[in-house]
Design a protein around this ligand. Structure first.
Ligand SMILES: [Cu+2]
Length: 498
């Protein structure tokens, strides 16, 4: 079968851009897509033919009260296509890594061995950790070295993730496979009766897209256009499997969705339009389940959803294109939210309808702007032809601290997007709350704990931020756009907590 998507879609978007007399950027972008050689995959597996790979659940080993994980970052080979070995990278696996199981309140140590022939880092995305344990660009692990950060798990039950964060090379290393899921439990969430049997009714769902060559390689070779728009592929991967299915013998399933792509913003839903409940955002459970039939997930963001499949009918999780606001914005942004068919849920048969979800999931104090002691403004900027990615006029500089924050003080961070693309803004070492988007309160699904927030073109998003646990004058944390090409090109800044 041929690749899902896209020659025809590309043609359409090219024509639209030209007809609309779009900016030089849009035309150049469309031309870049147009000129890309088309792939012809004889080996492309049939749609939903393969079973979803479920990463092993790694509980580490408790040694003298500390939960110790042993991770090895190494080159590997992955058989995305029948009979073809593709060079990849992973953590204790050829591609991606295990799901690390942790519990609120415990102390963990993660021993990361770098078996690559180049430096790397591993960042614990979403966690409050000491700056030296953060795994950002300053915690480089040399080839052959072991880095063993230790920290207390302060987080409530949630789905976090870990990934490479090497300066100027994050995009490439994540593309190659360096990412995995952190699954955090706590007693309060355990008592709710939510689906929580790993691999039975509770699954990590790492959504990515990649490009392959005819020979089956997966090179990281961004064009000028990719450098600007971010690397967006044309093959959908879930947990490293191309368009898989998931056989289920339950009436409802919990999917811990992670957008682990470099740049794609996924507008997700089910092909049959069925509804589902979002129960958690980036940093844990929402106050109440939110009934939805579509949700938007930007790179770095997570959403846990519970899907009722008791009707016994297969359900295809897919993303759709379009939906950005404003005509010009839609043209530019159209390329940002590609359409994919990701995963088919395949129930064994009809079952009795599941019990309703709890009405209340978590305590979620109101995000109160009046509790803030100061406001900082962050203006996200991008140059027109792939250069000039900056925040507040400055590109990332490892030697420059951009912000000094006082521990325990609540602040408003006002993130203004001055450019034509959407940018997911991520802040390390905190879970923040969204106050408003252009003055309007966030939707219910966005009113919980967040560490990454999508800022649309021309939009200003205000978040309520606080850093509660650690000070360190010498080692900064990062805030940045989570489109990895943008981050690598300089849309990142540093702050210290004092
Ligand atoms: Cu960006």
């Amino acid at each position: 079968m041929t690749l899902p998507d896209r020659p025809e879609n590309r043609r359409r978007s090219t024509r639209r851009a030209v007809l609309a007399g779009g900016t030089a950027v849009v035309v150049a972008a469309a031309a870049a897509l147009w000129l890309r050689p088309q792939l012809g995959w004889a080996q492309q597996p049939a749609r939903f033919a393969r079973a979803l790979a479920v990463p092993p659940l790694d509980q580490g080993q408790v040694v003298e009260g500390v939960r110790v994980f042993a991770l090895n970052v190494a080159d590997g080979e992955t058989e995305f296509f029948e009979g073809i070995k593709t060079a990849t990278r992973g953590i204790n696996a050829p591609y991606l890594g295990p799901t690390l199981q942790m519990r609120k309140g415990e102390t963990v140590r993660i021993e990361v061995r770098n078996s690559l022939a180049e430096p790397t880092t591993l960042h614990w995305h979403g966690l409050n950790v000491p700056a030296v344990a953060d795994g950002g660009p300053h915690q480089v692990i040399a080839p052959g070295a072991v880095w063993a950060p230790s920290f207390t798990v302060h987080e409530v039950a949630s789905t976090m993730w870990y990934h490479s964060h090497l300066m100027h090379s994050t995009a490439r290393q994540v593309w190659q496979g360096m990412a995995g899921v952190l699954r955090i439990a706590d007693d309060a969430a355990d008592a709710l009766g939510l689906p929580d049997r790993y691999g039975i009714d509770d699954f990590p769902i790492v959504l990515q897209d990649r490009r392959f060559t005819r020979s089956g390689t997966m090179p990281y070779a961004p064009t000028m256009h990719d450098a600007m728009a971010g690397m967006i592929g044309d093959v959908a991967l879930v947990n490293g499997t191309i368009q898989p299915h998931l056989a289920l013998d339950v009436a409802r399933v919990r999917l811990r969705l992670l957008n682990g792509s470099n740049a794609s913003i996924y507008d997700l839903g089910f092909a049959d339009g069925r509804g589902f409940h979002q129960i958690a955002s980036d940093g844990g459970l929402l106050a109440r389940p939110v009934a939805l039939n579509a949700l938007r997930l930007a790179p770095g963001e997570r959403a846990e959803i519970v899907v009722d499949i008791s009707d016994g009918r297969p359900a295809v999780l897919r993303s759709v294109s379009g939906g950005a606001r404003g005509m010009g914005m839609r043209m530019m942004a159209g390329a940002q939210n590609p359409a994919f068919e990701f995963l088919e849920l395949r129930p064994k048969g009809a079952a009795a309808a599941p019990a309703p979800l709890p009405e209340v999931l978590a305590e979620m104090p109101r995000a109160d702007a009046a509790s803030a002691t100061r406001t900082r403004r962050f203006v996200l900027e991008m140059g027109m032809m792939g250069g000039g990615f900056a925040i507040n006029g400055a590109s990332m500089d490892m030697e420059r601290v951009d912000q000094v924050v006082t521990m325990g003080e609540t602040e408003i961070w006002e993130i203004a997007n001055a450019g034509p693309m959407m940018h997911p803004f991520h802040v390390h070492n905190t879970q923040f709350r969204v106050l408003d988007r252009d003055g309007l309160p966030p939707a219910s699904a966005e009113a919980g704990r967040k560490d990454t927030v999508l800022v649309e073109a021309g939009e200003t998003v205000r978040i309520l931020v606080r850093f509660d646990h650690y000070t360190d004058r010498a080692h900064p944390y990062m805030y940045h756009c989570h489109i990895l090409e943008h981050e690598d090109a300089g849309m990142m800044g540093q702050f210290i907590v004092v």
